[in-house]
Design a protein around this ligand. Structure first.
Ligand SMILES: *[C@@H]1O[C@H](CO)[C@@H](O)[C@H](O)[C@H]1NC(C)=O
Ligand SMILES: *[C@@H]1O[C@H](CO)[C@@H](O)[C@H](O)[C@H]1NC(C)=O
Ligand SMILES: *[C@@H]1O[C@H](CO)[C@@H](O)[C@H](O)[C@H]1NC(C)=O
Ligand SMILES: *[C@@H]1O[C@H](CO)[C@@H](O)[C@H](O)[C@H]1NC(C)=O
Ligand SMILES: *[C@@H]1O[C@H](CO)[C@@H](O)[C@H](O)[C@H]1NC(C)=O
Ligand SMILES: CC(=O)N[C@H]1CO[C@H](CO)[C@@H](O)[C@@H]1O
Length: 698
């Protein structure tokens, strides 16, 4: 029993010695997990030993005191030295505050103090009176004018009051650089603080973590009588920190304290706990920020909306319910816009009868010609589109393959295969281009005849082309003739007022009965006859600049025949490589087809046979009535209307140039008003025989 008592008393004695020893020599903590601290408020020791005084919540304060007090001996002069490492870590995007203080006090109970600007040191009543018995070194990160703060980044010495007796902006004297350097208290970087008190002089120094204690203190305050302040015989040392609406994480990493400067133990920086990186808070953003964000969002949305609107307008199309069945044949305007690079100059091929033609490249490098036609009405559009789409079923090696269509307000687009060698007339009438040999011309004539025969007889329905001429004959890569420009005449009909209808064609190719009887296979044959003469003679049907007897091709060929020198009118560029019989046969066939007596004209089937020499030409002479005549066109409005009712088709003009040579005629009849009908287009090729182009209606 006595042994046990002795043991206990020895242990407690050792403990006391230990304690008093610790009191004498001071202490050092690298992290606080083994420390003897009393904590209150928000203060806690984190798992890695870090002393966290506040955790970035609002209106917090935390205190941490070394638990045993230092007992003061009035006979000895009071002195101490301390060195600590702290970090005031702001939360990203949030105001940081309020600060941290090293406290020397006669009491370790500061629970009645207040947070925010009081730093957890005082409250309204204790701030000021000497009865507070409190001394502190504050690291203040909020500017509080009522306490005569100088800024929001300063160090101050507080004796019983937050009205600092001495203060300085946070900085340190760099012995290496020989000058003061400022320090930002409120940053993630750890900070060293030294407080030395001896003989009524209090020195405070700051430095960044890996910097030696500066040789010159930041603050050196004389005549501070700590014995006065701590009138009781006990002295507690510790820390206090607080937040208000401004918040920070406030940490102490390590702390060394001693009653004398000489015995102060060094802090080994490598042993200190790490300061955690603050997480960005997802708290409510401030009102101005919200307003700014909303404004930005509105601006971004309206910009986006504007861009979309622009795109929509740029690529806007007209599409109606009835078009759904033709969907497969419809191209989007956007795809055509991209294919032709915005209908730019580079892809421009020429101006055809009713619109402009552009070259384009669709995906999979499909080369297309896009004809862009302006129109001014949607009436009859459904029927027209149906006709256009039915053109896709027409397949013949001498027709330009038709791919589809597109439309938007006021514009219609016809897409067909691109013909690399352009249109026939460009080769026929351009002296710079190599001459097309007679055998090539025969191949072209046979091809077009075969295509027309297909349209007239072999296709499911009788299809009229209505605008056969050299500029509507395209040449493929092998120089085969291909008939193009479908649907244009019909298009013109559909685009115009319902009460008005028009007979459309090209002067010189229009059969005289066209206006009275309407278009028929025979009017196509007439135009083909003129075309044959055109190809053989290498000149246009009407040439106003020539001598009067040569101006009209049909008349001139007939005239040559009458003089028994039919070959005189052949294309002089042909040279000698041709068969005279074949040329004569083609010229005679051309005259027969362009007879003004429709019944005299052969059918396309017969024309094909004549051209292939499977059938001899019928007997006729230049004096046969109807041959070689050029009759003025007479218009009868009623028949014109009738003609428009027949299902007919003409074509997709892909004439890359020289649209000028052919004067397109469109004769309109306003049948409701029964007024004078006038030619709308430039009939600048009119000759004396065809002058009366202003025509009376019934
Ligand atoms: C201020 O603190 C003291 C103790 O430190 C307490 O007695 C007093 O009630 C407190 N005053 C206020 C206003 O909180
Ligand atoms: C305070 O700093 C001054 C130099 O500015 C120095 O002379 C004095 O010894 C220091 N006192 C203490 C207690 O460190
Ligand atoms: C450096 O700071 C100390 C303390 O604030 C001040 O007394 C001193 O004049 C400053 N020195 C320079 C060179 O600015
Ligand atoms: C401090 O004040 C006490 C009495 O309050 C006095 O005895 C002592 O001499 C003072 N010390 C200094 C350094 O002024
Ligand atoms: C086509 O005719 C217009 C006027 O109608 C003229 O300005 C232009 O030069 C002509 N183009 C060609 C290729 O003849
Ligand atoms: C005469 C002429 O221009 N012929 C061309 C027709 O197109 C093919 C293919 O593009 C060319 O190789 C020919 O030179």
């Amino acid at each position: 029993m006595g042994h046990v008592l002795l043991l206990i008393s020895v242990i407690s004695c050792l403990h006391l010695i230990c304690l008093s020893n610790q009191q004498k020599t001071g202490f050092v903590f690298h992290g606080f997990d083994q420390s003897d601290l009393s904590l209150d408020g928000s203060a806690r020791i984190l798992r890695n030993g870090l002393l966290q005084l506040t955790n970035a919540s609002q209106h917090q304060m935390g205190h941490a005191f070394f638990k045993p007090p230092f007992v003061l001996d009035p006979s000895e002069p009071l002195s101490f030295s301390t060195h600590f490492v702290c970090a005031l870590v702001p939360k990203p995007g949030v105001d940081g505050g309020h600060g941290l203080a090293f406290v020397v006090s006669s009491s370790s109970d500061l629970t009645h103090a207040e947070p925010t600007r009081y730093l957890g040191l005082f409250n309204v009543t204790t701030n000021g009176p000497s009865s507070s018995h409190l001394f502190a070194v504050e690291l203040d990160t909020v500017f509080s004018p009522e306490f005569d703060d100088i800024d929001n980044n300063h160090v101050g010495i507080d004796v019983n009051s937050l009205m600092s007796v001495a203060y300085a902006r946070a900085s340190y004297f760099s012995d290496v650089e020989g000058k003061n350097k400022s320090i930002k208290l409120l940053s993630r970087n750890a900070l060293q603080v030294w407080v030395d008190y001896e003989g009524a002089v209090l020195n405070v120094s700051l430095a960044p973590l890996h910097v030696q204690k500066p040789s010159r203190p930041l603050i050196s305050a004389a005549s501070i009588n700590l014995s006065d302040i701590l009138s009781s015989r006990r002295m507690f040392v510790g820390f206090s920190a607080s937040t208000g609406t401004s918040i920070s994480y406030q940490y102490v990493l390590g702390w060394s304290f001693s009653r004398s400067r000489e015995s102060l133990q060094e802090i080994d920086i490598s042993k200190l706990p790490r300061v955690p990186r603050p997480k960005a808070e997802h708290k409510k953003p401030s009102l101005p920020l919200v307003v700014l964000l909303v404004l930005l969002a509105i601006m971004a949305l309206s910009a986006l909306g504007g861009a979309l609107f622009y795109r929509r307008r740029k690529y806007a199309e007209v599409s109606e319910d009835w078009e759904k069945e033709f969907g497969a044949h419809r191209f989007s305007y956007k795809s055509l816009y991209k294919a032709t690079k915005g209908f730019g100059k580079d892809g421009f091929l020429g101006r055809g009868g009713f619109g402009e033609v552009y070259r384009g490249t669709l995906p999979l490098s499909r080369e297309v010609a896009v004809k862009r036609v302006c129109h001014n009405g949607e009436e009859g559009m459904k029927q027209f589109v149906a006709e256009i789409v039915s053109m896709k079923s027409l397949k013949h090696r001498n027709l330009v393959p038709f791919f589809g269509y597109s439309r938007r307000k006021g514009e219609f687009f016809l897409v067909s295969e691109f013909m690399p060698n352009g249109s026939l007339d460009a080769h026929l009438f351009d002296d710079r281009k190599p001459v097309i040999s007679w055998s090539q011309r025969v191949v072209i004539l046979k091809g077009i005849a075969s295509a027309l025969n297909y349209l007239h007889i072999e296709a499911d329905q009788v299809v009229l082309h209505r605008d056969i001429k050299a500029s509507n004959v395209m040449l493929d890569s092998e120089f085969n003739g291909r008939l193009g420009d479908f649907g244009m005449a019909r298009f013109h009909d559909h685009g115009s007022n319902a009460a008005t209808t028009a007979a459309v064609g090209t002067v010189g190719y229009m059969a005289p009965e066209l206006i009275t009887m309407g278009a028929s296979t025979r009017t196509d044959v007439y135009a083909f006859g003129v075309f044959m003469l055109e190809v053989t003679c290498g000149r246009r049907p009407v040439e106003p600049e020539m001598q009067p007897e040569k101006q009209q091709l049909v008349k001139w060929v007939c005239e040559c025949w009458k003089r028994a020198s039919l070959l005189d009118c052949k294309d002089p560029r042909l040279g000698e490589e041709f068969s005279p019989e074949e040329v004569e046969m083609v010229l005679k066939l051309g005259l027969l087809c362009s007879s003004i007596v429709p019944e005299m004209r052969p059918t396309m089937e017969q024309v094909v046979q004549y051209l292939n020499r499977n059938l001899p030409l019928p007997d006729f002479s230049p004096y046969t009535p109807g041959i070689g005549a050029f009759a003025p066109v007479v218009v009868d409005a009623a028949s014109l209307l009738a003609s428009s009712a027949s299902w007919s088709l003409s074509a997709l003009s892909i004439s890359p140039s020289s649209a000028n040579n052919s004067s397109h005629v469109s004769l309109s009849v306003n049948h409701l008003q029964g007024q004078r009908l006038e030619s709308m287009s430039s009939l600048n090729h009119t000759t004396e025989s065809e002058k009366p182009q202003s025509l009376s209606t019934g």
